[in-house]
Design a protein around this ligand. Sequence first.
Ligand code: AMP
Length: 191
Amino acid sequence: MRLLIMGPPGAGKGTQATYVAEHFGVPAISTGDIFRRNAAEGTELGREAQRYMDAGEYVPDEVTNSMVRNRLAEADAERGFLLDGYPRTLAQVEELDGMIAATGHRLDAVAVLVAEIDELVQRLLQRAQTEGRADDTEEVIRRRQEVYAEQTAPLIEVYRQRDLLVEVDGVGEVHEVTQRLFLALDRVSES
Ligand code: AMP
């Protein structure tokens, strides 16, 4: 399976991505995690990404695209993958199309976690208090939602047009949302 998972910041994408990837036996590839790991290790990529992440902005497409290209070229992604947090811009969609086409495969589905922005902002503010994430001040949280609405939400229509969209209610207990995703994506994998 070649899958994407999308949704506004705070919708629980990362957690669900891990479960879905395990369910289908493919690696979960999170661009946010790769950036954070690089930042923690102090690599050049990490240092560059950090400034954008701290401001709630997107890391430039060229940087993100080449990182994903390298990651998808690794052996474990040959038989499938779940991308979490990529693509986030129309330019990234095109780039990913090229990467997948070059392997002779195609995307199977794009899962979208549907949730209200206001509720998510509250959830993120709570998380910021308990985890103390540097990119989780109220101003940055609101900026991340804005950037998502402007640059990433339009991608939903692109994938809807391609008949790849699987929309799932992202509100509820983690395991409830996971079950919804399994149900919807199992249908895709069986068809
Ligand atoms: P996430 O953990 O997916 O919320 O990502 C954390 C941060 O990493 C984002 O707010 C962006 O600054 C950066 N990032 C992750 N994925 C991308 C992407 N596909 N394009 C640009 N920036 C990204």
